[in-house]
Design a protein around this ligand. Sequence first.
Ligand code: PLP
Length: 391
Amino acid sequence: MNPYYFDWAATSPMSERSIQAYTDTVRSYRGNPSALHKEGVEAAKFLAQERKKSASLLKVSSKQIVYTSGATESNSIVLQSLLWRRSPGRIIISAIEHDSILQYRRLLENKGFEVILLKAPKGYVDPEALAQVLDNKTQMVCIMQVNNVLGTVQDIPSIAKTIRAFEQTTGRSIHIHCDAVQAVGKIPFDLSSLDIDSASFSAHKFQGPKGTGILYLKSGNLEPLSRGGNQENGYRAGTENIGAIAAMNTALADSIAAIDTTYAHALTLRTHLESNLLKHGDRFSLLSPSTTCGLPFAPSILSVAVKGIPSEVFTRVMYDRGFCISSGSACSNNAPKKGEGILAGASITPEDAASAIRISFGPDTQITQIDELSATLVRQAALMGSLIRKR
Ligand code: PLP
């Protein structure tokens, strides 16, 4: 039996329309967009049309779209650019960022930057705490929109407002970077309202292909990560994957068009799952915000601690029973500290972090699957809890 898939925050299944767009494109265009012959010119024209499409979907200009291999690369282009600066300054990073950002801390510190890790209690950055660490040496602030483990949503427009007001007092500009990977297709998203300088996106999080993404770059002067070609305005050398770009745009258009339905569906599922688990509050504690707490959250992600049971063991047991769930962030499953880094950044206790599981779903998920999942979670938590207590 195919396991039920509850790991949409790690990656989502490609939609049929996105697969179709991929195959149609690679069948129709065989040229390299940089080639001078007709095949190349046609591929370049197609790429230009797709760039316009991405730009209009995100309500920005085509010049501001840089195609990349995904958010890891988009984040890297922005962060590694700092390493080229002549005079290091202060960089503020929220402590709940994805590892593709957090890993730059050590490199930046080695280059003489002062990196401030801004705690996000319960997964929320406090704009006042941010205001207190802004200084006239601050060069960049990195704050994600939707956290990939907790589903908490940051108020980016207010955060940007605080930063822009501070800029007025010093006359120096601060680059605001936002990892928006978990926002698109999960919550209503309006890039043009955020007042940021750059943002990262990955197609596979909204039912597009893996290994394709966008770096939105308002303007400015970043250093490329890959060199040896003039593609993507010089920001990203390498032959463009036009099939994957077309597939990404199809998935992007579909997920934007369906967002109200997707959001309402996820909220129904999330409310149901939360209430199923909270009936067993002795075994589970919510790490994500509750649906009733009044704070903004993405309903498609729910993290809970299964009290006293190590998350790796529990996720394996659940897989054996037919459910794909994740222990914290799948992206940091190879890292020594796993999702615990993000959870510690959200001031979650080490005990809860060690037993954290993440359940995430999408438009295809059915409420009956949620019931089966809840029943199995409850049964296995009880069984394993009694085994662990006996030891
Ligand atoms: N940022 C966030 C918030 C993520 O959740 C992920 C992947 O899980 C990434 C960045 C990296 O995306 P990719 O692996 O597609 O490069």
